[in-house]
Design a protein around this ligand. Sequence first.
Ligand SMILES: *Cc1c(COP(=O)(O)O)cnc(C)c1O
Length: 442
Amino acid sequence: MSDLAIFGGPKAVTLPAGNMFDWPIITKEDEDACLEVLRRGGMSGTDVTTKFEEEFAAWNGTKYALGFSTGTASLQAAMYGAGVRTGDEIICPDVTYWASGLQAFSLGATVVFANVDPDTLCIDPNDIERCIGPRTKAIMCVHYLGHPCDMDPIMEIAKKHGLKVIEDVSHAQGGLYKGRKLGTIGDVAAMSLMSGKSLAIGEAGILVTDNREIYEHAMALGHYEHFTAKAITCPDLAPYVGLPFGGYKYRMHQLSSAVGRVQLKYYDERCVEIRKAMNYFWDLLEGVPGLRAHRVDESTGSNMAGWYAAKGLYRPEELGGLSVTRFCEAVAAEGAPASPGCNLALHTHPLFQTADVYGVGKPTRIAYADRDVRELDKALQPAVDIGKHTYNIPWFKHYVPEIIEQYAEAYKKCALNYKELLADDKGDPEVLGGFHFFRHTK
Ligand SMILES: *Cc1c(COP(=O)(O)O)cnc(C)c1O
């Protein structure tokens, strides 16, 4: 009989998962904080949010923090704050969640997509200069799945070409790049804090920066209450205080801020345990053919933050060409739910090709651009193929060696016995992954 569960062998994972995957960790302290706001009817106020912003800025090590209703809104405001206007371009990794770039449309701007590095899954610094045109304003750096972008070469390119750097920290709150906190390296950072993310507080986002001008312009877009004569020093904004430039209302919900204040207190220590668990999982798989960790060498002072939506790298050439789809079927049969793929290459969605969202008579992607930036998409086949080289792994929240060992064994067993899986391998579908994935914890 085969060793593999898919062929009737014993399953690798037999222990109950318990609370290994529950996230966020909600205690009575979170509940009490919410109830306090609810009972006094403070949901739409700003006092709790203001405290959260102060605490977040201090924790992040930045001068300013501005709360938002969503991460999407915070990133749009970061673009506006960074000076992205009609006709401008931002460079964005092709493999990320849509809200790292799509909001550029609402500013009359457009997106040029760059390839991602097959090991870091973050924007490939070597592909950025290819994307730069006369109207490029900013580089969007997404610390994808907790992996820090290689910021040194990116900052150098930005400096050379006079570009702003925006960090999308939605996957990597609290992470480090060579000892520096993510979200403090570029000109401005913004991020999601919604319930599926690593720092999960409800529907919310936050923007952080040391730059007063960026802060004020980001504020002007959708924070009419903050946008007052007292708060504003920029002369281009001063005449218009009182009404939001964008016609948006982006205030953070105070139930989110209340949860955020509690979550932030425990977040770093919880991430330490997550990293211990996830590093242990990968240590157990070290040297297994076909499988590579998506992680950084922590001795460099970098880390994987809260290891958001953890994935592994797949190298089929070491497994006789076994498709990642078939590999994941076998792993799932072992009791370790595995599925192939990650975020689909954004440029492949027709919204980035043909949609005329605002009725300009041209696809929105090129409505105000001085070049057909879609031409640059031709170099993005590597980004399209990333899905065939990734699969999800368990996102452990606790260090429980005996459980982690069983899950690691599931992946290891399938890789080592790959030859048995080749016969029934129907291959991968044309594209693997999705434009969004949100796993509820329970
Ligand atoms: C979730 C996410 C966002 C958007 O945040 P929301 O809070 O859902 O609006 C932006 N960028 C990335 C990389 C994300 O994963």
